[in-house]
Ligand binder design. Structure first.
Ligand code: MG
Ligand code: MG
Length: 285
């Protein structure tokens, strides 16, 4: 582990391997949560499915106790429809046609993994379907730019261009971030930016990239629970996130659940969510 003068922590290959282990556990927790998503299920039940995976793997939930208006009370955040991020699991029941964003964080062997995805519940509207597809594609457009020699601005620009080119908007107040022994490290990686700006990407940098996409205006509001962030105009939002390492061989998606990741052919990892969101729109290379 070395720290640059910008305060960015570069991880050694051994540390990246540990982060991959945390990432696999986080992926399994999200997969378990997805298994229970259907109309009529409460968000607390979805949370419980993920929490059980973390517990069985001997991991520490990264989100429990995060400081805010009051300490965050659950292992995941579950945000429905206009809710973008930080929704608290509880008694609310998922309904046919909802879109639900699940974000999970794991600490394993001292390293954090952070990833999220949005899925439809039952049949969802055409516009919702497009929103999920574009947000997920934006994540992968950003990941593809995560190679040494590029800058964080190249990553941000790629996300913004894909989202806005498809008629949606990126949130301004919440950003991607370095991840490692802490959930939030340097650098910040916004979902908007300009090519060549930001900081240069170097092998060993680990970043949680997370497009948060609004189908209407990018303005947000905080709900009365003081945690949930929702769109101000009430329109649908989506969120996809992976923790990724910059390596000499290209981006390594630490939070992918596909075991093929370990073979180093990262393009194939695009199938991570295939079959869960919509296999027909899996990112093609
Ligand atoms: Mg997250
Ligand atoms: Mg994050």
């Amino acid at each position: 582990m070395t720290t640059s003068k910008r305060g960015i922590v570069l991880k050694s290959p051994r540390e990246l391997a540990l982060m991959r282990e945390a990432g696999k556990i986080n992926a399994r927790a999200l997969a378990a949560a997805l298994e229970v998503v259907r109309p009529g299920v409460t968000t607390a039940e979805v949370n419980r499915a993920a929490a059980e995976v973390l517990k069985k793997s001997g991991s520490v939930p990264a989100f429990v106790g995060v400081p805010g208006a009051y300490p965050y009370p659950a292992e995941t955040t579950i945000s429905i429809n206009d809710e973008l991020v930080h929704g608290i699991p509880g008694d609310r029941r998922l309904e046919d046609g909802d879109i639900v964003s699940i974000d999970c964080g794991t600490v394993h062997d001292g390293f954090v993994a952070d990833s999220a995805l949005t899925v439809g519940v039952g049949e969802i509207a055409e516009e919702a379907h497009k929103l999920l597809r574009i947000t997920r594609e934006a994540l992968f457009a950003g990941i593809k730019k995560m190679i040494p020699g590029n800058s964080t601005g190249d990553v941000s620009e790629a996300i913004q261009a894909h989202v806005e080119g498809n008629g949606f908007h990126v949130v301004r107040e919440y950003t991607g971030h370095g991840v490692g022994r802490s959930m939030h490290e340097e650098p910040q990686v916004p979902n908007y930016g300009r090519k060549g700006r930001g900081v240069p990407l170097k092998p060993g940098m680990t970043i949680a990239l997370e497009p948060m996409v609004m189908s209407g205006s990018f303005e947000t509001r905080i709900l009365s629970d003081q945690w949930t962030v929702a769109s101000k105009d009430g329109r649908l939002t989506a969120h996809f996130e992976h923790s990724i390492a910059v390596t000499e061989n290209g981006p390594w998606i630490l939070t992918a659940m596909d075991e093929e990741l370990d073979e180093g052919e990262w393009i194939r990892y695009n199938n991570y969510f295939a079959g869960r969101v919509d296999p027909a729109v899996a990112v093609k290379e």
